[in-house]
Design a protein around this ligand. Structure first.
Ligand code: CP
Ligand code: NVA
Length: 308
């Protein structure tokens, strides 16, 4: 599988085989790291990380992951470079292409990452935009595969806001043949391009894609219940109103009882306890949720080692 030079901007740019290959590679890289082997696959390679929004997991997992691969990284925060304000994104892309081997961007408008990638001559990775969060979903699929020893045939039910994480889950689950149900209030559905992609892909991989507004019906037979914050970064002003709208979508013990008996609960984190998930359910699933966070690093190392 040759992915050298390819951007990692949305899962919709990848085939099922490519995603499954990256997951297998991530498992192998993780196994090596756990046994103390760190192959310097990216020696002398440099990654630049650009953040227009806050981050804990994305920044640390990319920085340490890059170091474990023998390379280096450098982080630029919004106040340092003012992406798209101090100079055009196309100029920034061409400047960084002269110094670095790969750039990861976390920002608001998805089109800014596309614009950057258009002008960059090095691979661009999407570290979260308002539209999607593909690196997160690679870690999620890795976590699910480790837990259930398979992906195909499982049902994931995402309960909450039809946001960037929900959009990428739709694409990712459909690509690996998992059934995916999104349960959200009316008016908070995922983006139609992700829904359409998931529906088309599901026809090929033999899975099922649904939007079910009632969470009590949606979680039926779910092997994985997944949630994320109700107000994403950039929506802080709507947080109070959203707390009311999303109340019926909380992951709590009563909702979990309606899922498959051997289900797991995942959360991309950061979590707002007693909002989208109760403290009780988060702690009950803490082992897998923090493994999910750790898997960001292993999944991204596979991406970095493949595209650089
Ligand atoms: N899940 C995730 O992307 O976490 P950060 O926002 O902390 O990077
Ligand atoms: N939907 C959340 C994900 C955080 C990792 C946000 O965009 O803030």
């Amino acid at each position: 599988m040759n992915l050298k030079g390819k951007d990692f901007i949305t899962l919709m740019d990848f085939t099922s085989d490519e995603i499954l290959y990256l997951l297998d590679f991530a498992e192998a890289i993780k196994k090596d790291a756990k046994s103390g082997h760190f192959l310097p696959i990216l020696e002398n390679k440099n990654l630049v990380l650009i953040f227009s929004k806050p981050s804990l997991r994305t920044r640390v997992s990319f920085e340490i992951g890059m170091r474990q691969l023998g390379g280096s990284s450098l982080t630029l925060k919004q106040d340092e470079i003012n992406l798209g304000v101090r100079e055009t994104i196309s100029d920034t892309a061409r400047v960084l292409s002269g110094y670095a081997d790969c750039v990861m961007i976390r920002t608001f408008a998805h089109k800014d990452v596309e614009e950057f990638a258009k002008y960059a001559t090095i691979p661009t990775i999407n570290g979260l935009t308002d539209d999607c969060h593909p690196c997160q979903i690679m870690a999620d699929l890795l976590t699910i595969k480790e837990h259930f020893s398979k992906l195909k045939g499982l049902k994931l039910c995402y309960v909450g806001d039809g946001n960037n994480v929900a959009n990428s889950l739709l694409a990712g689950c459909a690509l690996v043949g998992m059934d995916v149900t999104i349960s959200c209030p009316e008016g908070y559905e995922p983006m139609s391009n992700f829904l359409n992609f998931a529906n088309e892909t599901a026809k090929k991989t033999g899975s099922k894609v649904e939007v079910v507004h009632d969470p009590n019906i949606a979680v039926k037979d779910a092997n994985i219940i997944y949630t994320d914050v109700w107000a994403s970064m950039g929506q802080e002003g709507e947080a109070q109103a959203r707390r009311e709208i999303f109340k019926p979508y909380q992951i709590n013990s009563s909702l979990c009882q309606k899922a498959a008996s051997e289900h797991i609960v995942l959360h991309c984190l950061p979590a707002h306890r007693e909002e989208e998930i109760t403290h009780e359910i988060l702690e009950k699933n803490a082992d897998i949720i923090f493994k999910q966070a750790e898997n960001r690093m292993h999944a991204q190392k596979a991406i970095l080692a493949s595209i650089i």
